[in-house]
Design a protein around this ligand. Structure first.
Ligand SMILES: CCCC(=O)SCCNC(=O)CCNC(=O)[C@H](O)C(C)(C)COP(=O)(O)OP(=O)(O)OC[C@H]1O[C@@H](n2cnc3c(N)ncnc32)[C@H](O)[C@@H]1OP(=O)(O)O
Length: 321
């Protein structure tokens, strides 16, 4: 009962434990919104499907690293309605891939994503439809980053993700980069929250996540000034975790995707259960009050202690020179 009250207080829930239980139920599905918020998944999917074009493509690789490609080159990879539905389906596919360790999110044809498809935006510019689209994308991107389900130590997508930003990441595209653990920016690339210029603020969860990544001062500057963040600024404020050189065609150097895979492999090398456990303890440390984070860490520790990787390391008497 005391814990219940503490949790209610922490999440600003002033209603009864029944309401709290419903909130927990929502969180166990990894979603922010459910029917209690007027969110009807099938209804919104049908509405979004009316705006077709492009696709979100998922490639699962034997290495345990998946590549998610935003693919709508004729519109600078803008998100059509059907691509939003695609995204949610790809997240479900990733959630059921137990050996998954890492994810690279990239755009097709040398640019990342120019945000919402403005044709769809114009057609659903009434507040009700805007809210529905916003809830749908927040649910999908929250599941992508596994931000809520760690309350049950059952983080569904415990992979380490990186956005590979080439060209432009604008509006919703900039928001998408914040739904990854890391951002790698190619030389010449730009992340820009152009929402203010559109008379908007982020609605796909990008503002809340941005504050956690760069702090509220920098977030206010990026959003309030619709600042073009190039790789230099990105590194300086912690928005970018690395800069990749775009290879010249004749050089035979690694492609940006190969460079991103090499970069990510430093963090995904090793058995999937151990990598997934790392993601879980870091997420719970960030998202939970200390006492709950410590308990979560204990539970996750229990899943790897005496496990195959641990026993093998003990048997090999490995030294860490
Ligand atoms: C909560 C979500 C909030 C949002 O995401 S609101 C959307 C924010 N994004 C935007 O406003 C992007 C608007 N587009 C632009 O600024 C420019 O097109 C951009 C991306 C800088 C590229 O400029 P350029 O390289 O000069 O290329 P361009 O303008 O000729 O574009 C090539 C074709 O792509 C299209 N396009 C680009 N961004 C789009 C979008 N978001 N929705 C729909 N179509 C889009 C553009 O209309 C053009 O098509 P077309 O060749 O004229 O048929």
């Amino acid at each position: 009962m005391v814990l219940c009250a503490v949790r209610r207080q922490l999440l600003g829930c002033s209603s009864s434990c029944g309401a709290w239980a419903r909130m927990l139920q929502r969180q166990s599905s990894g979603c922010v919104y459910s029917s209690t918020h007027g969110f009807n998944l099938e209804e919104i999917k049908e509405k979004l499907q009316a705006f077709p074009g492009g696709s979100i493509d998922l490639l699962k690789q034997e290495s345990g690293i998946a590549v998610l490609t935003i693919n709508n080159p004729s519109r600078m990879n803008a998100f059509s309605g059907s691509m939003m539905v695609d995204l949610e389906e790809r997240v479900s596919q990733l959630e059921s891939w137990t050996d998954c360790k890492g994810l690279i999110v990239q755009g097709a044809a040398e640019t990342f994503c120019s945000g919402s498809d403005l044709n769809a935006v114009r057609a659903i510019s009434n507040p009700q439809d805007g809210m529905k689209m916003c809830m749908f994308m927040q649910n999908a991107l929250t599941r992508l980053l596994s931000m809520l389900t760690e309350y049950f130590t059952q983080c569904r997508l415990p992979l380490i993700s990186v956005a590979l930003v080439e060209g432009r990441a604008l509006g919703g595209g900039a928001e998408l980069t914040t739904a990854c653990d890391f951002r790698l920016m190619a030389s010449g690339s730009v992340i820009q929250f152009v929402h203010k210029h559109m008379g908007l603020v982020p609605g796909w969860g990008g503002a809340a996540r941005l504050v956690r990544i760069v702090g509220s001062q920098n977030a206010l500057k990026l959003l309030g000034g619709a600042v073009k963040a190039d790789p230099g600024l990105g590194l300086q404020i912690g928005l970018a975790d690395g800069v990749l050189e775009v290879p010249q065609a004749e050089e035979g150097a690694d492609t940006l995707l190969q460079q991103a895979e090499n970069w990510l492999s430093h963090y995904t090398k090793g058995p999937a259960p151990v990598i997934q456990a790392v993601k879980k303890v870091v997420l719970s440390g960030r998202e939970l009050p200390l006492s709950e984070a410590l308990r979560t860490e204990k539970d996750v520790f229990g899943t790897v202690w005496g496990g195959p990787a641990n026993l093998q390391a003990l048997a090999s008497k490995s030294k860490h020179k």
